[in-house]
Design a protein around this ligand. Structure first.
Ligand SMILES: [Zn+2]
Length: 234
């Protein structure tokens, strides 16, 4: 199956929080996308692998993903090794995305840093003809867009998500075990406080202000972006 975009996240709710609006926009515009989680999030304080798999499936449906895969790498154990690299190469070749979304290079959670590095490396290696992954053809995506999580950076691209804000919030809230729930008996985490959702919404609003729109998601690109028509810039 050929997809337009593939979004990678270390844990099952990462993509939703940082690029959910952008993916919803792609879906509305008829651009098929897939989601790939590195881990099942089993080391999270709240929920467990089974609960989180159900929540991830529900969130993917809300955003309009064609597929959501899990690489089955241990949570809090995303190692930079050949085996994990080949897992990412394989999924890139399988779906042949034009563009890829992944975590930014500097992050608080080491899993995010390692996921960044594995996707960056796999973007290149997936194009090597002599690197074999079954009978999948070599393939190199055109661009990678790195999204913002805990640590901030100066964005090189903003995506206007004003029309996709509600869908994004619904997809985040599909991860019921992770976010604020007054009935939950699980221990409180940074994400599960009512203030965390305020912070997420505030950040989308803040970047929207800088982007000149209502809500925006920030991204960073390794290379400058090229346009062939100034009308495409908002
Ligand atoms: Zn994460």
């Amino acid at each position: 199956m050929k997809l337009y975009a593939l979004a990678f996240g270390a844990h099952p709710d990462d993509i939703e929080m940082s690029a959910g609006g952008t993916l919803s926009m792609l879906h509305r515009n008829g651009k098929p996308f897939g989601m790939v989680d590195f881990t099942r999030g089993e080391m999270g304080t709240r929920g467990n692998a089974t609960i989180r798999a159900g929540e991830a499936k529900a969130a993917a449906k809300i955003l309009g993903a064609e597929v959501r895969e899990n690489l089955g790498i241990g949570d809090s154990n995303i190692e930079l090794n050949r085996k994990n690299l080949l897992k990412v190469v394989t999924v890139i070749r399988k779906y042949q995305p034009d563009i890829v979304f992944a975590p930014y290079r500097e992050e608080r959670h080491p899993d995010h840093v390692h996921a960044h590095q594995l996707v960056s490396d796999a973007m290149f290696y997936a194009g090597l003809r002599k690197l074999k992954t079954g009978n999948l053809a070599p393939y190199r995506p055109k661009h990678a867009y790195f999204y913002m999580q805990h640590r901030t950076f100066i964005p090189t691209l903003y995506v206007d998500i004003s029309n996709d804000f509600d869908t994004k919030v619904a997809a985040i809230k599909a991860h019921k075990s992770q976010f604020f729930d007054p009935k939950s008996k699980d221990p409180q985490t940074m994400l599960s406080t009512p203030e965390f959702m305020d912070y997420l919404l505030g950040r989308m609003r803040y970047h929207g202000r800088l982007a000149g729109v209502r809500y925006a998601e920030p991204f960073w690109t390794q290379e400058p972006l090229t346009i062939s028509d100034f009308d495409s810039v908002v």
